[in-house]
Design a protein around this ligand. Sequence first.
Ligand SMILES: [Zn+2]
Length: 484
Amino acid sequence: MVSIGNISNTKNAADEDELEPAAVPSTNVMRRSRPVVMGLASFRGEVGGGSRSRAKAGRPPAWHRIDSTVLVAVTTVPGRAFHWGMLHSSSARSRFAVESIALVTVNKNKMVKKGLLERLQEGPVVGDGSYIITLEKRGYVMAGPYTTEVIIEHPEAVKQLHREFMRAGADVLQALTFSATDDRLSSPDAPGNETGKSITCKELNSQACAIVKEVVCDGDVLVCGGLSNTPSYAQGKGKAAVQQEFSKQVDSFMEQDVDFLLAEFFGYVEEAEWAIEALKGKGKPVACTLRIGPTGDDSGVSPGECAVRMAKVGADVVGLNCRFDANTCLKTIRMMKDALEKEGLSPYLMVQPNGYLSPETEQTKDGWTSLPEFPFALETRQMTRFEVNHFVRAAFDLGVRYIGGCCGFEPHHIRAISEELSPERGGKLGEASKKHRPWGGAMKSDQSERDFMNGKDTREYWESVKPALGRPGFPDVQAKLFRQ
Ligand SMILES: [Zn+2]
């Protein structure tokens, strides 16, 4: 992604009002919050030597010609060519112009940050968590239609959740573009659509990406544009019609210059293959996850064969998301990994499981949605942060390198992922870990009135705790599912 670009005719490239005050030292520039890259600047002009002492003596400065190329710090500013403190000067002590600057960046609007594949090569990547399900609980989304319209209706609510995942330590924020195709977006009179109008794919996807970019700002977090299964596929409209829906989303992602592309929540590997085809060739890494369990996709293709097919069509990252819980996903992704290895394929593995434990759904196609409690009475099934720690370690040991969460993964779960993987990430932690110590580490107290905390500051203690239902007589798991 990084290349040398050349900007010539500098005075035209940066208008007067875009310039910093002349001669801002580069050290000051470096302290600014803007992304900083290095560039090679060619100066032509004159610099006045000894100007202050000569001025005191009533003499003009001694002028020296400059004709050199030096390494300089350049700040990139969204919407502008570049910002730099010494682009030109015509003070009493200098008069020169910069003829050209070769910037060591390909995109003038963003800082140079490591891409997804580079990060995965170096170690684990922490994904983000639940959006639609969490925003439903917070009162911004209607269950049933699961109104992605929240992007237009309540952008502040979406931004806040993005911020919380970023603070928790996520390396990636996914734009909230789930199911945001023209063939699915609801009509003006659909339940839960408060806007009173039809929202287009372009409008929603563009705003969703813009919101994430605003939250990420200058941070070292990747922006992901994601698409998912379409009604057009379910209705048998064929490959061209399905890919037409995808391409409209992809156009928005490219316009917004997201960092990588994701195809997720596919029940049929065939549709996932079509999605990967639509995403490839755009110059962005492509990840793809299915919402399947150990029984394979909705047409019976095994998890292993699904993974091989996704890799062969060009996905850089393959894996699972959403429907099945963490333990079930570990079983399924092991099947994927074994099949990939047999074929000599080595895409990165990714898992973003459901945050609600549902072992009795393992052999179903629908996972958690087949529970009688879905979607309004699932609270007792939600993973604890400690269960997330265990899941993350097992996934990492299995070779999974992109680990996040789907429905039910709240910011504190993402913090648990970040903290569990901190040793593999050079000690990296999110801001939210300033308010947390793993395994109850901050529960120490020698104040007698706070005895309720004493003894709860060890991993041994929290690993021994078995959370209870609090409802005597209730089953541990459902003997009968809502849909078998
Ligand atoms: Zn989900």
